[in-house]
Write a protein that binds this ligand. Structure first.
Ligand SMILES: [Ca+2]
Ligand SMILES: [Ca+2]
Length: 110
């Protein structure tokens, strides 16, 4: 979050399948791996459990792309990442202090 802000942006929000695919493409374009890695994006349900917000744009989350069984709020998970698996690249709620492999910043609205 902070790193994005220092560069004038914020953690990415994803409001449609098209945007989800765009983020995946952006990760691929970096040359860093997606498979079996965790990429932090800008969603949180820290305010009200189960009510997900895109922090960077301060919007309620409507489009969702969680993996099966997620979000499970396991021991109070309030942050959001994309995790790459061979079943696709979907979302999981994670602890906010989870060390992710990378993070996705957004610099203007798409
Ligand atoms: Ca939660
Ligand atoms: Ca989870």
């Amino acid at each position: 979050m902070q790193v994005c802000q220092e560069q004038g942006g914020h953690l990415a929000s994803i409001e449609s399948l098209a945007e989800h695919n765009k983020v995946l493409a952006a990760i691929s374009a970096t040359g860093y791996p997606l498979y079996m890695k965790q990429w932090l994006i800008g969603g949180s349900d820290a305010g009200i459990e189960g009510q997900w917000i895109w922090l960077g744009v301060n919007k309620e989350m409507k489009y969702k792309n969680f993996r099966n069984g997620e979000p499970n709020n396991y021991q109070n998970q309030d942050c959001l990442m994309i995790i790459g698996t061979n079943q696709g690249n979907q979302w999981d709620d994670v602890w906010c202090d989870t060390v992710c492999y990378g993070f996705v910043c957004a610099y203007n609205e798409v």
